[in-house]
Design a binder for this molecule. Structure first.
Ligand code: DAH
Length: 343
């Protein structure tokens, strides 16, 4: 038994003298003494060799020893965590952090969002429709029956397997979808992508974006159309922008008009963008044709409406002076990261 007491005594000396300068050393201490195969466990196992009359005495000694080791371990751990704190003081917290690279919105999204937010303030709701459309919604319902010459105005992509389906050529198809579901009063704008079979160049693309507008109620007049679009132009391009309407033709409106604004690039003096006229066309519009209303069971004696459709790329071109339509779909970050006015 005396041997056991001596052993404990020498362990205690070893432990008292032990110092750790790293977290690893502390962990090794724990494994050596307190681990499942550690020396504390081993020496506890000696209890079975202690004669019964001394078991109580030795039990106490061994428990004290265990507590001694545990206390040492706690002290070592605390010191080592201080070591870490000291290390971290070496970090210069005033250094700038790693920058998080933020993307920018696509210019077409920025402009579309601006258009939408202006019309929302006038009480218009947003409606959307499918890009793969049937002949009826894109053409028939919009007063362009089969063989109507005006269908040639828009070079259509038909679906090979079933030419009853096509890629919508204009967002006017969404007008049809709204009138199908909703009764007047109707006040919607419909942003979306449209497709036309055009050779890609700086001035034309096989897909582009439009925002359509539709307002149907009792007593809606051409004056309402003009005032709404005039408000839009002032909000979008500034108070000094001039507006003019020119008579035009669309099968789905009567009368129809195209709207020009004074050229923002040259201020009306004449440049390439306005083809030296000082004016740029930005949208088509008109009073909804009675036949279109009747196609959806809307009484054209009771209700009237106006509609318009504008090209988002054209407006973007004027706002940001982008002179090549292809830039919008090339995804060149050098182009895209210039547009920071995100909305
Ligand atoms: N859908 C026409 C186009 O794609 C634009 C347009 C003109 C839409 C007059 C309208 C409208 O709603 O009234 O060129």
């Amino acid at each position: 038994m005396e041997q056991l007491l001596q052993q404990i005594e020498s362990y205690k000396q070893e432990i008292s003298a032990f110092e750790a300068s790293t977290a690893d050393a502390v962990e090794n201490f724990r494994i050596k003494w307190l681990g499942t195969k550690g020396l504390v466990k081993a020496i506890m196992g000696e209890m079975k060799n202690v004669p019964n009359d001394r078991k109580k005495e030795f039990g106490q000694i061994l428990n004290e020893f265990k507590l001694f080791v545990e206390t040492k371990f706690i002290t070592l751990s605390e010191n080592s965590s201080q070591l870490t704190t000291n290390d971290s003081e070496l970090i210069d917290w005033s250094l700038p952090g790693d920058p998080v690279a933020l993307g920018t919105r696509h210019p077409l999204s920025i402009v579309r969002n601006q258009i939408v937010s202006i019309f929302k303030r006038l009480g218009f709701a947003v409606a959307e429709g499918p890009e793969i459309e049937d002949d009826w919604h894109n053409f028939g319902a919009m007063n362009l029956p089969e063989n109507h010459p005006a269908r040639d105005m828009q070079d259509t992509f038909y679906i090979n397997q079933d030419p009853a389906w096509l890629l919508r050529t204009h967002t006017s198809s969404v007008q049809a979808r709204v009138m199908e579901k909703q009764k007047p009063p109707i006040r919607v704008i419909c942003p979306g992508r449209v497709y036309r079979n055009e050779t890609i160049s700086a001035r034309a693309h096989c897909f582009f974006h439009q925002v359509e507008g539709l307002y149907i109620d009792e007593n809606v007049s051409f004056a309402d159309l003009k005032q709404t679009l005039y408000f839009f132009v002032q909000e979008m391009f500034g108070k000094d922008t001039k507006v003019r309407f020119r008579p035009s033709y669309f099968p789905f409106t009567e009368p129809s008009a195209e709207m020009d604004i004074s050229c923002l690039i040259c201020g009306g003096d004449g440049c390439n963008v306005c083809k030296h006229t000082g004016w740029v066309e930005i949208l088509g519009s008109g009073m909804v044709h009675p036949k279109v209303l009747e196609n959806f069971g809307i009484d054209s004696n009771k209700y009237t409406g106006f509609a318009f459709g504008m090209g988002v790329e054209r407006i973007c071109q004027l706002k940001y002076r982008v002179n090549d339509l292809r830039l919008y779909s090339q995804n060149d970050v050098r182009f895209l990261k210039q547009f920071t006015g995100a909305l």
